[in-house]
Design a protein around this ligand. Structure first.
Ligand SMILES: Cc1cc2nc3c(=O)[nH]c(=O)nc-3n(C[C@H](O)[C@H](O)[C@H](O)COP(=O)(O)OP(=O)(O)OC[C@H]3O[C@@H](n4cnc5c(N)ncnc54)[C@H](O)[C@@H]3O)c2cc1C
Length: 404
């Protein structure tokens, strides 16, 4: 039996604590918040997209592919389902293979994890931020609120820098560096984008299906179709979150980023033009925005008209062919410069983190310090939207807990 100290009672720390306690270790779990699993509660809009039926290496990003592969091999979707079934949690399937708790409540996931950890005798210290970790004569000394606790093994499951108001504020990076570990520079991912186009505010709140093409230094690098949401500052929605990792990395390198939006992906340019031409017969007595309201939301119409400098046209029936083509072009290929992302404060996850080439793939133990382990998002790995990030957090916590 080892004395195990785990820093962080998030997704990875809780699963690690449960598995380590099941192995018969004496486990202490330190959490700086007054509750465990605060970030889990915020996941999937409170419904917690726990995992995905289509877990595969291609949905993950990070430099040490072999380590990610090893973790996923040891904890696949079947293992994930059976881990949660053992806690008493049933899952249901959503779109695109997404898995959710059958209760539709993220709180069910946290409640059952907490119950299991407590039943197994895990000591849970709340409002207990670990300030520093010292390693002396083979033992780890955790400093918490003027007190020190000694452990044979230490697990860092502190999360990343994403959404620090939920608890994970990057302290794990500092602990890793204090033990000589290298960091792959962290940057926000699954995050909204800020545009410097003034007219965009007019469309704030409009949600639609769109095709988004991402250009970095005028080179097309990604094209996705999905939900697009206009906001006062720029763009959000699943299609934007999907391109945000590339946007974020380009911004880090101070490269020029722009997107081209096809706001009517089901119609070709020609079909849209002939539809608008046909609709000119209905234009008499209508303002341009009212005439456009027949096919697009009013707020979007006003944004397009402002951007294309057509707000002065008071009567839609007076629209020239050149002006009509401008509207077609704006709806099929609206170009917006992306200034930056909304940053770590709004990001769902972090790309980058503790370099996994310095971590053993089979048990996630440090190659520098024996019995020091890492799990979850503190590591240099991030997944696509769709349950892939939580899956890696559970999986890596499970691997460490089993290996201790
Ligand atoms: C709004 C939002 C929605 C999301 N939705 C989904 C989703 O639906 N599906 C999905 O797969 N992923 C989702 N994610 C991502 C997912 O939540 C994370 O990838 C996952 O929680 C990471 O788990 P973790 O254990 O590494 O870190 P966390 O869950 O962040 O846990 C780390 C814990 O460590 C604690 N801590 C940090 N430093 C210290 C310290 N020094 N001492 C003590 N405690 C400390 C923190 O308070 C925190 O509780 C979402 C993220 C956000 C922000």
């Amino acid at each position: 039996m080892k004395r195990v100290g785990i820093v962080g009672a998030g997704a990875s720390g809780l699963v690690c604590a449960i598995e380590a306690a099941r192995k018969g270790h004496k486990v202490s779990l330190f959490e700086k918040n007054s509750k465990v699993g605060r970030k889990i509660l915020a996941t999937g809009n409170g419904k917690c997209n726990i995992s995905n039926l289509n877990i595969s290496l291609s949905r993950y990003h990070g430099e040490s592919v072999a380590t990610i592969k090893e973790v996923l091999k040891r904890f696949d979707t079947v293992t994930c389902k059976s881990f949660f079934a053992k806690l008493g949690l049933e899952m249901r399937e959503g779109e695109a293979g997404k898995l959710y708790p059958m209760s539709h409540q993220a709180s069910s996931v946290v409640d059952l994890l907490l119950h299991e950890a407590r039943s197994l005798g895990v000591d849970i210290f709340l409002e207990s931020e670990v300030k520093s970790i010292a390693h002396q004569q083979g033992a780890f000394c955790l400093h918490v609120k003027e007190q020190s606790y000694l452990f044979d093994a230490c697990v860092i499951g502190t999360g990343s820098l994403a959404m620090p108001n939920l608890g994970s504020s990057g302290s794990g990076y500092g602990f890793a560096q204090s033990f000589g570990h290298r960091l792959v520079e962290p940057y926000p991912s699954l995050v909204q984008c800020v545009c410097d186009e003034a007219s965009i505010e007019r469309a704030s709140g409009v949600k639609m299906e769109a095709r988004v093409e991402l250009y970095i230094e005028n080179q097309k690098v990604q094209s996705v179709q999905g939900d697009l949401l206009f906001t006062a500052y720029g763009l959000s929605g699943s299609a934007i979150l999907e391109i945000s990792r590339n946007v974020s990395y380009a911004c880090l390198k101070q490269e020029r980023v722009h997107v081209i939006l096809d706001l009517m992906p089901t119609l070709s340019k020609e079909a849209l033009q002939s539809l608008l031409q046909k609709r000119l017969s209905l234009a008499k007595g209508k303002s341009l925005s009212l005439w456009l309201e027949g096919i697009i939301p009013k707020k979007l119409a006003l944004m397009i008209l402002e951007k294309e400098k057509l707000l002065h046209v008071k009567d839609a029936s007076q629209l020239s062919m050149k002006e009509l083509k401008k509207i077609v072009f704006a709806l099929k290929a609206l170009s917006l410069h992306v200034k930056e992302t909304k940053g770590f404060e709004s990001a769902e996850v972090c790309a980058g983190g503790v370099d996994m080439s310095e971590i053993e793939p089979k048990n996630l133990m440090s190659r520098k310090i024996k019995e020091l382990y890492f799990c979850g998002e503190v590591l240099d790995v991030d997944g696509d939207c769709g349950g892939f990030n939580l899956h890696f957090a559970w999986a890596s916590g499970f691997c460490v807990g089993q290996s201790l």
